[in-house]
Every structure is written in structure tokens, then in C-alpha cells.
Design a protein around this ligand. Structure first.
Ligand code: CP
Ligand code: NVA
Length: 313
């Protein structure tokens, strides 16, 4: 059992069956890890992790996860490698392909990741670009499944900036038959090309993907409320104008009141309390953000094992 593509760049590239496989393998690996059972599916392999942006969860979950799979992770920052000094992506891709077994990359430009994958003969995993955050969105499906059992038919309302997180959640919801509403103000709505692609994917599963400006209308009957920061990494200069434009788009008690009583609240983290989410909600009984953060470990282990292991999983 593996995945048909060499790389994991976008949830859009996965089949409906492959998304289910990732969730199943993640559940199996989580069980094994909790039971203390060995699961060294990548024994003897090496993974390079390239970070051009900051990270807490992504770095620690990939590094720990690959170690738990029996492999050796190497951290490369822009500053401490030739990447930051302008070595072409296609050269990095070919050099690393001759030395290691896989690459995880977090960077700004999505095109750079596509180029890296094109020139690398080894698997490339997207650990976030300005456009997408697929490992987080797959983790979010896993977390929703843990808490709400069934994914199909659930309503997920994304609140705020139609950013990388919103884009990957659209693809993820489309693959599992969920109904996603992206509630964002004009000027901060998701990329229409991504919305269209996700709506095409949605036809296969009976999912629906929509964009709505009115937050309270969007949040009615939500099974999941999800938000992310108003200013993403690389948008620090736009912070003041974003706070103004996205100001009302917050998960708070008033919003929870129009959602379903058993609604769960997700946030990819890091969170800005008092901006996109209130302190009482993120610390309250509906919030499962720390289960969500932990699950990055288990889901990414599944992705790495499926892409890089020589063993049957
Ligand atoms: N959610 C997430 O990707 O967190 P980090 O930026 O800490 O990796
Ligand atoms: N949208 C955020 C996600 C961080 C995990 C960013 O790109 O900074």
C-alpha cells in the first residue's frame, strides 16, 4: 500500500481512497505508538527538512515522527544552508536526491515546491506554502473523525482569511464529502481557482464548497468551526490593514451559539487570542486544538511511511 504520486504537494492530488488510507494508517500508527509497539517503517532512511519560515508544530512533528519511524531527520534552515544564498532549487533537488530518501519543505512560493518535486527523484512533502498547508488539513480530517466519528455530511465553517489553510481545507473537505463554507470578507476570500478545483473534486463525494461573506449565516448549524490567523507568515507588513478588514471574523461565544451544540472548534495554531478566536472559546469545552496539534505527529508519520517505506503497511 502506498500513494500513486511520488510527492505530497496538495490534497487535491490525492484520490478519495488515498485520503482514507492516510487516515487509516495514521490511526494504526497512533495506536502502535500509544501501545509502545515498534513501527520502524523508515529504518535506515534519511529525511531533509527545509524551513524558510518559522515553525513549532511542523518541525517537531516531522522530526520526532521520522525518528519514531526509525529514520534520521536533518533540519536545514535558509540561513544555515546554501538555499538562503540563492542556490537554485533544481540544484538542491538533484543534490539531495543523491544523498537522502525524502524532503519536507516549508517555504513561501508554491512554485518552488513544485520545482523541487519536479527535479527531485525522491518524495517531496509540502510542509506549508503561501498557497497550501496539506499536512495540516489531513490532520484536521483525522481529528474531526476522532471526535465526530463520521466525516461525510459534516459542516465545517472556516472563519477569516481565505488563505493557505482555507485552501487546503477546501480540498480536504471535498475528498471526504463534507460541506465547507469559507466565511471571509471581500478582498480576503479564497483564490477562485482553488475554489473551482475543490468544487470539481466535491462532485465525486457529494461534498459542497462555498464562500459566504456573512459570518452568522455561514456558521448556522456548523459541526466544526475553524479559524487561522489574520496575518500569515510573510504578511507581517499588512497586519494593521488585515486587523481592520478581518476584525469581525472571530470565533467567539456568539458564533458558537448558532453552531450545533456538539460543535468542535479547531485552529491550526499558533493562535492570536482576542483576534481570530477568543480566550474563552480556545480554552473552553468545544476546543480540541491540542488533540489537533498532537495529531500532526501521527498523520505525518502515515504520510512519510506511505511515501518512503519499503515495507507493506
Ligand atoms: N500549524 C502549524 O503548521 O504550526 P507551526 O507553524 O508551528 O509549524
Ligand atoms: N496561515 C498561517 C498558518 C500557520 C500554520 C501561515 O501561513 O502563517
Amino acid at each position: 500500500m502506498g500513494l500513486k504520486n511520488k510527492d505530497l504537494i496538495s490534497v487535491h492530488d490525492l484520490s478519495v481512497g488515498e485520503v482514507a488510507t492516510i487516515l487509516d494508517v495514521a490511526a494504526k500508527l497512533k495506536r502502535k505508538q500509544k501501545a509502545g509497539e515498534p513501527h520502524e517503517y523508515c529504518k535506515g532512511k534519511t529525511l531533509v527538512m527545509i524551513f524558510s519560515k518559522a515553525s513549532t508544530r511542523t518541525r517537531v512533528s516531522f522530526e520526532t515522527g521520522f525518528h519514531q519511524l526509525g529514520g534520521h531527520p536533518i533540519y536545514l534552515s535558509d540561513q544555515a544552508s546554501q538555499i538562503g544564498r540563492g542556490e537554485p532549487v533544481r540544484d538542491t533537488a538533484r543534490v539531495l536526491s543523491r544523498m537522502v530518501d525524502g524532503i519536507m519543505i516549508r517555504t513561501f512560493s508554491h512554485e518552488s515546491v513544485l520545482e523541487l518535486a519536479k527535479y527531485a527523484s525522491i518524495p517531496v512533502i509540502n510542509g506549508l506554502t503561501d498557497l497550501l498547508h496539506p499536512c495540516q488539513a489531513l490532520t484536521d480530517l483525522f481529528t474531526i473523525q476522532e471526535h465526530q466519528k463520521v466525516l461525510k455530511g459534516r459542516k465545517l465553517v472556516f472563519v477569516g482569511d481565505g488563505n493557505n489553510m482555507a485552501h487546503s481545507l477546501m480540498f480536504a473537505c471535498a475528498k471526504v464529502g463534507m460541506h465547507m463554507v469559507c466565511a471571509s470578507p471581500k478582498g480576503y476570500q479564497p483564490n477562485p481557482h482553488i475554489v473551482k478545483q475543490a468544487q470539481e473534486d466535491a462532485k465525486l463525494t457529494g461534498a459542497s464548497i462555498t464562500v459566504e461573506e456573512d459570518l452568522l449565516t455561514a456558521a448556522k448549524g456548523a459541526d466544526i468551526l475553524y479559524t487561522d490567523v489574520w496575518a500569515s507568515m510573510g504578511q507581517e507588513d499588512e497586519r494593521a490593514e488585515r486587523i481592520k478588514a478581518l476584525g469581525g471574523y472571530q470565533i467567539n461565544q456568539k458564533l458558537l451559539d448558532v453552531a450545533r451544540p456538539e460543535c468542535i472548534v479547531l485552529h491550526c495554531l499558533p493562535a492570536h487570542r482576542g483576534e481570530e478566536i477568543t480566550e474563552d472559546v480556545i480554552e473552553g469545552p468545544h476546543s480540541v486544538v491540542f488533540d489537533q496539534a498532537e495529531n500532526r505527529l501521527h498523520v505525518q508519520k502515515a504520510i512519510m511511511a506511505l511515501l518512503m517505506s519499503d515495507e507493506r503497511l
